[in-house]
Design a protein around this ligand. Structure first.
Ligand code: 13P
Length: 274
């Protein structure tokens, strides 16, 4: 059985205190989330430390295991003179640092930064991240022990021209096909059609299922049976009113949620839509 995942991508939204409030609201109602569903919150870099502490402090072990922390990007270099960049190693080091804060109990650690989003169309489009750059990031993230949510998806003109399968296939082959099976076990794929992101327009369940099945078929070429275990998430104006029909599709294993992840009740309602 593939893991069902509902992941929030907060993008560049919320101040630190607003982010703390949001995650506290989610954690406060986490018992409502079905046992089979795993939540991930991918927060801005500035929020990682306090959110790691909040998740680390969840008392009930079952509830704690239901939510993971993620970042939204990492550098394509290991370390050094790259002003403004944040490395995969730095992300992996957050949880231990939580225990070093003055007054922290002996042995305390925060929740690990377990995931990082790579290949989001906003990174590809606004910051020129190519498949070659993304492969460098992918290698460093996996080597640091992070799991990767790798995004693919076509623009509206590409879909209108019938090129969406080709675009997605290239994004998969040029990055994921360079990974070993062991590395691929730590990758989640997210299909996010660019024309559906933040537009209120959603792919229909048929459109989404068609391309999710295509992604799985493509993964099978290289990874064989492992492709059946790889979660493939849908992203693009996913909300409480459409999540159920999307998640009912055979190859849709959950969602990568932008706008609707900024309201705890909407995010939780989506998580309850399987
Ligand atoms: P929206 O849910 O706001 O359309 O964003 C989707 C997305 O880009 C998630 O990564």
């Amino acid at each position: 059985m593939r893991q069902k995942i509902v992941a929030g991508n907060w993008k560049m939204n919320t101040t630190v205190s607003e982010g703390i409030e949001l995650v506290n609201q989610i954690v406060g109602k986490i018992e409502e989330v079905p046992e089979s569903v795993h939540l991930i919150v991918n927060v801005p870099f500035t929020h990682l430390f306090p959110v790691s502490k909040i998740i680390g402090d969840i008392k009930c072990p079952f509830c704690k295991s239901k939510i993971s922390l993620g970042a939204q990007n990492c550098a394509d270099k290991e370390k050094g003179a790259y002003t403004g960049e944040v490395s995969a190693q730095m992300l992996a080091s957050v949880s231990k640092a939580v225990g070093t804060v003055a007054g922290a109990p002996e042995g305390a650690t925060g929740a690990a930064v377990e995931y990082v989003i790579l290949g989001h169309s906003e990174r590809r489009g606004y910051y020129g991240e190519t498949n070659a750059i993304l492969f460098e990031k992918m290698k460093l993230a996996l080597a640091a022990g992070l799991k990767v949510i790798y995004c693919v998806g076509e623009a509206l003109e590409e879909r209108k021209a019938g090129k969406h399968f080709q675009v997605v296939e290239n994004e998969i082959k040029e990055v994921l096909f360079n990974l070993t099976d062991e590395q691929m076990k730590n990758v989640v794929v997210a299909y996010e059609p660019i024309w559906a992101i933040g537009t209120g327009e959603t792919a229909t369940k048929e459109q989404a299922q068609e391309i999710h099945a295509f992604i799985r078929k493509t993964l099978r070429e290289k990874f064989n049976a492992l492709a059946e275990e790889t979660p493939i998430l849908y992203g693009g104006s996913c909300k409480p009113s459409n999540a159920k029909e999307l998640f009912s599709q055979e190859d849709i294993d959950g969602g990568l949620i932008g706008g609707a992840s900024l309201k705890a009740d909407d995010f939780l309602a989506i998580a309850k839509s399987f």
